[in-house]
Ligand binder design. Structure first.
Ligand SMILES: Cc1cc2nc3c(=O)[nH]c(=O)nc-3n(C[C@H](O)[C@H](O)[C@H](O)COP(=O)(O)O)c2cc1C
Length: 255
């Protein structure tokens, strides 16, 4: 269904708030009322979100977003969550309920996207999960000797049958056409997962293998023009991290 941004002229008071906040500069005031130059509108909904008269209607989206919580997330709580997150490689044998998966995807849905494209696509590995991991393991075992030359630490790694997904119950593959929205989406998923008591591993090696293994590519059925950019391995952690390891000081330069 075609999406439209429509101004209700009977409600519009011509305050110009939408005009000044429109990224596309596609809203102007005509005869004291806002008017949208639709072909240039990216449908971001800033005008809808901002209008004091609720005079903007966004049609064709198929739903009204219920008012989300306005509960203040304190900077301390957010910083705590960010510092306490750890790459999780040991998971409990406990499924992630569908409603929790839905919360992760809902978080991803609200991540910022360039030009409001919203094209990132997620693949949840379900009945193909074991087969996908087996194919990746096979490929990785073949490539190990070459990889060891590039990454010497690989010599210590045993490519066991669960090298990529670590027996985690949930694997979400993030795919994207171009740009960096996928990384933002993955980060949203990761933070939401942590707030829900889940642990996450970015299985970077799976991404690498998926790029060079035609059988795996075929199995994953990644949409034409898209690339697998993040493989997120998710589940309830088996271990509890007690403290935060040190990090390098943040590298900042002024120019
Ligand atoms: C993009 C990305 C890919 C990664 N790929 C892997 C991987 O394939 N296997 C793995 O064990 N860890 C992987 N990691 C986890 C890093 O090794 C991890 O971030 C590092 O050990 C620091 O630990 P921390 O995330 O708990 O702070 C990846 C992390 C990122 C951000």
């Amino acid at each position: 269904m075609k999406r439209h941004t429509i101004i209700d002229r009977t409600k519009c008071i011509g305050c110009g708030l939408c005009v000044s906040d429109c990224v596309s500069k596609c809203i102007t005031l005509k005869d004291g009322k806002a008017e949208v130059n639709e072909p240039f509108c990216i449908g971001c909904g800033h005008c809808y979100a901002l209008c004091p008269q609720n005079a903007v209607e966004l049609t064709g989206w198929g739903e009204q977003i219920p008012e989300p919580s306005k509960e203040q997330v304190t900077p301390e709580a957010l910083m705590g969550l960010m510092k306490r997150r750890r790459s999780t490689r040991q998971f409990q044998d406990k499924p992630v309920p569908q409603e929790v998966i839905d919360q992760l995807l809902e978080a991803a849905r609200y991540c910022p996207t360039a030009e409001n494209h919203q094209v990132v696509e997620y693949i949840i590995l379900d009945e193909k999960k074991a087969e996908a991991e087996a194919l990746a393991v096979e490929g990785m075992r073949k490539a190990k000797k070459v990889l060891e030359k590039l990454v010497p630490a690989m010599a210590l790694q045993e490519i066991d049958d669960h090298f990529f997904f670590k027996n985690a119950p949930l694997v979400i593959l993030v795919t994207n056409k171009a740009g960096m929205d996928d990384g933002l989406a993955a980060s949203y998923i990761e933070l939401m997962a942590n707030s829900l008591g889940l642990g996450v591993l970015y299985s970077g090696f799976f991404r690498v293998v998926s790029k060079v293994n035609p059988k795996l590519k075929k199995l994953l059925k990644i949409r034409k023009g898209y690339h697998l950019t993040n493989c997120m391995v998710i589940g309830y952690p088996k271990v509890k991290y007690q403290r935060v390891p040190p990090r390098f000081p943040v590298q900042v330069r002024k120019r």
